[in-house]
Write a protein that binds this ligand. Structure first.
Ligand SMILES: Cc1ncc(COP(=O)(O)O)c(C=O)c1O
Length: 342
């Protein structure tokens, strides 16, 4: 059976152009800083996001962790959004490895406000941990791929700056946010001290993420990457695909967004489950099967038997993600399968 795979945009395979670039990549030992393809990718990524320098890391999880390790000291507090990936889905690395205590605040469609952050800050007192970093997520995965606007980010950044906190943006899907909002990615992160984005999601690379920020920060992030065993030697084979991704894959994310919209509106029209169309801003569609009286995992296994793969989010929520392997024909077929299952 051919499956329609809406589990994640990470299932995307590299393009022929990426495979050719990987095969022909000029290589060196990146732990000595001598892989020319890695160096090109890092500079290109930094430039695209308006920062001084970049660092290729193995994954989005590693990118978030090195960003925290490079900018904080164990025992400090990190302000995070309560449904963020960094807080929920990274095996508590921020505490286990970076030694931070998270302070989780509820976001609106995944976004924190400056006021919320300000109210959460503790007075200087021997009893309290010091809050030294705020983490935002753009787009926000668990909120449904919602995009934080430059104004929303600025409101948090102004408080962070005034109170001496660093601002980290988990921009695993920052180019989805940029395309969705119709702004440049650099506008979305210009207030941030550190940013991570993933090459291996909608951009279709086989692996890798890039961290960007000031040269000084990247120097520290490089040390943190070494602690985590993330120095990869001839990593230019991966960076070559990354360069192709940055050149060719960003504008096409709009197709994924249009397909997500088509899917969400179709689900809404069928009317059997709860869906908030306002949350569908990029390539993620989340709906709640509670009205059907089944659990999300029961529902997902029913769909899989019919040829549609999805993921579950908690007891009753189901997540579908559109990507380069999904065309509008697949969305119509998925809707047919969903309607049968409803
Ligand atoms: C928002 C967000 N941040 C970070 C990650 C982690 O990326 P990786 O799977 O490459 O570690 C993900 C993965 O889905 C994500 O959605």
């Amino acid at each position: 059976m051919r499956f329609i795979d809406l589990r994640s945009d990470t299932v995307t395979l590299p393009t022929d152009e990426m495979r050719e670039a990987m095969a022909g990549a000029e290589l060196g030992d990146d732990v000595f800083g001598e892989d020319p393809t890695v160096n090109r990718l890092q500079s290109r990524a930094a430039k695209l996001l308006g920062k001084e320098a970049g660092l290729l890391v193995t994954s989005g999880t590693q990118g978030n962790l090195v960003s925290l390790m490079a900018q904080t000291t164990p025992g400090e507090e990190a302000i995070v959004e309560e449904s963020s990936h960094l807080f929920n889905n990274e095996t508590a690395g921020m505490s286990r490895v970076a030694g931070l205590i998270p302070r989780a605040l509820p976001g609106k469609y995944g976004a924190l406000s400056g006021r919320q952050v300000e109210e959460a800050l503790r007075p200087e007192d021997d009893h309290f941990p010091r809050s030294t970093i705020v983490c935002l997520e753009n787009t926000h995965n668990a909120a449904g791929g919602t995009a934080m606007t430059p104004a929303q980010t600025k409101s948090v950044a102004e408080v962070a700056r005034a109170k001496g906190l660093k601002l980290h943006i988990d921009g695993a899907r920052i180019f989805n946010a940029a395309v969705g909002l119709g702004v440049s990615a650099s506008t979305l992160v210009d207030q941030a001290d550190s940013v991570t984005f993933c090459l291996s999601k909608g951009l279709s690379c086989p692996a890798g993420s890039v961290v960007v920020g000031s040269s000084e920060f990247i120097g520290e992030a490089r040390r943190a990457r070494k602690v985590l065993g993330g120095g990869m030697r001839q990593a230019g084979v991966l960076a070559a695909a990354g360069l192709v991704a940055l050149e060719t894959m960003i504008p096409r994310l709009a197709e994924d967004h249009a397909n997500a919209r088509l899917l969400a509106e179709g689900i809404d029209r069928i009317g059997a489950v709860d869906i908030d169309l306002k949350s569908v801003q990029t390539n993620i569609v989340i709906f709640d099967v509670a009205p059907l009286g089944v659990s999300s995992s029961e529902f997902a296994s029913t769909l899989e038997k019919k040829g549609l793969k999805v993921t579950t989010k908690g007891r009753t929520r189901v997540r579908c993600v559109t990507h380069r392997g999904i065309g509008s024909g697949d969305v119509h077929s998925a809707l047919q399968i969903l309607e049968d299952a409803f």
